[in-house]
Design a protein around this ligand. Structure first.
Ligand code: SF4
Length: 172
């Protein structure tokens, strides 16, 4: 059975910067929970940050768009904690043989398509969070909570491929 790495806040853990969660009222999610597929991780907490904590955003180089630092709204640099958490999430993904992840949209750790622009203005720019980017480098497909149907289709595809490989192996 393929397991799915998920943002702990989506799985109902109160680990957001403000001490809340982002639990999903979703039937697909509930089914995956019951199947024992979901492996939760909060990269920011794993990286050593406390809950609640100051909101943080990625600061990018204006010309190249390369990531420079992750800073809190109070001006503290937390890049190292974010990178450490991303590494621990990747280690967990490798250990659990993860092929897909569902992470919280827009987060500086977990966002898979957009992140806040580093100005703490609520504006978003195209880009990935630190953990989402690290998982992508491991060829793990990252979806967000608004893409559950796509994630389910991808999971079905993985399982079909696995079954057909097994049946070829059984015939030979
Ligand atoms: S780091 Fe990811 S899992 Fe943790 S609170 Fe932020 S979005 Fe949720």
């Amino acid at each position: 059975m393929y397991k799915i790495l998920v943002s702990a806040c989506l799985d109902g853990h109160p680990v957001r910067y403000d001490g809340k969660d982002n639990a999903l009222p979703s039937l697909i999610w509930k089914k995956w929970q019951e199947e024992g597929r979901l492996i939760s991780v909060c990269p920011e907490v794993a990286g050593g940050l406390s809950t609640p904590r100051a909101a943080a955003e990625i600061i990018s180089d204006k010309e190249s768009s390369n990531y420079l630092e992750v800073m809190t709204i109070e001006g503290e640099t937390v890049t190292q904690a974010f990178r450490h958490g991303a590494q621990l999430a990747c280690d967990l993904a490798v250990k659990e043989e993860i092929k897909l992840a569902i992470l919280k949209a827009n987060s500086p750790s977990c966002g898979n398509e957009e992140v806040y622009n580093g100005q703490f203005s609520g504006a978003k720019i195209p880009g990935q969070g630190i953990t989402a980017e690290a998982l992508n480098k491991l060829q793990i497909k990252v979806f967000n909570e608004n893409q559950l149907e796509q994630a389910e289709q991808y999971l079905n595809l993985l399982e079909q491929e696995h079954l057909s490989k097994q049946s070829v192996a059984n015939e030979s």
